[in-house]
Write a protein that binds this ligand. Structure first.
Ligand code: ADP
Ligand code: ASP
Ligand code: MG
Length: 486
């Protein structure tokens, strides 16, 4: 791997023996999944690798914690506590299936302590009837705090010497609650202080993904799906040899297998392609995951914890050529199109800036933009700020907005070498009403906006057209659904 300079100024060549392994919600959803996870980690240690493990909350727990926080914020104390009771039961029942004896007593005591703190917190929120973004992050952090303790305890049964590390001591962020930005220099220093000594002593550190803390030690989160990002930050900070994202599908597929069950595994994909796919809605990877890995040239693998023998997808700097112009199709729902019509002013100096300043003020990211002589159309994630944004834009233009839109994005570095692709794409979906079209500046994506209810049909048609021809260098020859595997 490449030579990097660490923050102390010392030059080193990375730690190829360290592998950061991130297990998503379904990979820790119950005792059986946690045991599978332990067996996979044990397999890496048998290969003389030194795993550092990052885990998500157990499947669906983050949603349930968010619902509990929201209930408490609406003064529904009983509703919030009822959700917490169910979570307590699920975690304790799982712990009981994982380990026994003294170790179980210790783990159960720790879990009860955490759940008592959660109950107190929910009661406090319900008493004031106000849920701030800061308190919301604290509530939601319990998911990863609990799962990481349980997985660390389970590792003991597998002789892995699992040691639980509170991720909030390592992942230092700003105070943008709900979507905090990491401070990579501070994280690197903390990883050297809290994780590296454990790795060097032959232990397996286990930390929760998604959560961090600001300089003042207050709990923050990295945004939904953020455990992938934690894995990349840990891999980057430790100059690891590889980052593995273990999930419930065979790797990055030619599209979401929930839409097209016969989607194929993509064997190798470039960092750039994977980043576009993630950004435009492929949930398999958090969009920010790639950056720390790219900066340090660390390969990222996406693997299936229910089918560990499968090779998964390798994400690296260069990807092989592909017969199809595309490697994969992503779709992102819950978008809104905003049309801004300002016939006289549009092209005048500074006008676009005043439009974008409004989005900036509300910290609202724009996905796609298209302009005409008299209007601008842009797309944003649907959010509760939209009425305020549009009211403000209404002072300088006529504004309309329409929700329930979706973006479909086809990604592939081989777009460059193919002619007539747009024709093939749009004839495949000629029956669908297309609102906006864009060929990304990066030249590796082609995207368009359609109504949400047309997404499944459009993706299926495109998949039939672009992935019918076998290309065994790049894709699997036949689909292997995870459910039928090991
Ligand atoms: P985890 O809990 O392991 O982080 P996620 O649910 O966040 O897992 O991501 C995995 C899911 O991403 C898959 O079950 C699949 O439905 C979805 N997905 C969307 N697009 C793709 C794609 N191109 N390749 C693979 N999976 C995809
Ligand atoms: N548990 C968090 C979520 O559901 C983070 C993650 O799983 O990546 O969004
Ligand atoms: Mg995920």
């Amino acid at each position: 791997m490449s030579v990097d300079v660490d923050i102390s100024g010392a030059v080193h060549t990375g730690r190829p023996h360290i592998v950061v392994m991130k297990f998503g919600g379904t990979s820790v959803e119950d005792a059986a999944a946690m045991k599978r996870t332990a067996a996979i980690v044990a397999g890496r240690r048998e290969r003389k690798l030194k795993p550092v493990v990052v885990v998500s909350a157990m499947a669906k727990v983050t949603d349930q914690l968010l619902a509990a926080a929201a209930a408490a914020g609406n003064n529904d104390r009983a509703g919030a506590i009822a959700l917490a009771v169910k979570l307590r039961e699920r975690h304790l029942a799982t712990a009981g299936q994982l380990i026994t004896g003294e170790r179980l007593m210790q783990l159960a005591a720790k879990l009860h302590q955490e759940f008592d703190a959660l109950d107190d917190l929910l009661r406090g929120i319900a008493a004031v009837g106000e849920l701030t973004p800061r308190t919301n992050d604290l509530v939601v952090s319990f998911g990863e705090r609990l799962s990481s303790r349980m997985v660390a305890a389970c590792f003991h049964e597998y002789g892995l010497e699992g040691v639980h590390v509170d991720a909030r001591h390592c992942i230092i962020t700003d105070s943008n609650y709900g979507k905090a930005a990491p401070n990579e220099e501070a994280i690197e220093a903390k990883l050297h202080e809290h994780i590296l000594p454990l790795v060097n002593a032959g232990k397996t550190p286990v930390l929760g993904g998604f959560i961090g803390s600001n300089d003042a030690g207050i709990t923050t989160t990295l945004g939904r799906g953020g455990s992938d990002y934690t894995a990349a930050l840990v891999g980057g900070g430790l100059y690891a040899g590889a980052i593995e994202i273990w999930t419930d599908v065979n790797g990055i597929m030619t599209t979401d297998p929930r839409i097209v069950p016969e989607a194929l595994r993509v064997k190798t994909i470039s960092f750039e392609e994977a980043a576009e796919l993630a950004y435009f809605g492929a949930k398999v990877l958090h969009p920010a995951t790639i950056l720390p890995a790219v900066q340090k040239s660390i390969p990222v693998w996406v693997l299936n914890s229910k089918n560990a023998a499968n090779e998964g997808t390798k994400i690296e700097a260069m990807a092989p050529h592909c017969r199809s112009p595309f490697k994969s199709i992503a779709a992102k729902k819950r978008l809104t199109i905003i049309d801004i019509v300002a016939s006289r002013m549009l092209m005048s100096h500074g006008y676009l800036k005043s439009v974008f300043d409004v989005f900036d003020k509300y910290k609202c990211a724009i996905d796609m933009v298209s302009t005409s002589e008299v209007s601008i159309s842009l797309t944003v994630d649907s959010n509760e700020q939209l009425p305020a944004i549009c009211a403000e834009l209404g002072k300088i233009a006529d504004v309309k907005y329409e929700g329930r839109k979706a973006l479909v994005c086809l990604v592939g570095e081989d777009i460059r070498g193919h002619n007539g692709i747009a024709g093939r794409v749009f004839s495949a979906i000629s029956h669908v009403n297309v609102r906006m079209i864009s060929q990304g500046a990066s030249e590796i994506n082609m995207s368009f906006m359609i109504d949400e209810e047309d997404v499944e049909e459009a993706v299926r048609s495109l998949h039939r057209v672009f992935f019918a021809e076998p290309d065994e260098n790049v894709f699997d020859v036949v689909a292997t659904p995870a459910a039928s595997a090991v």
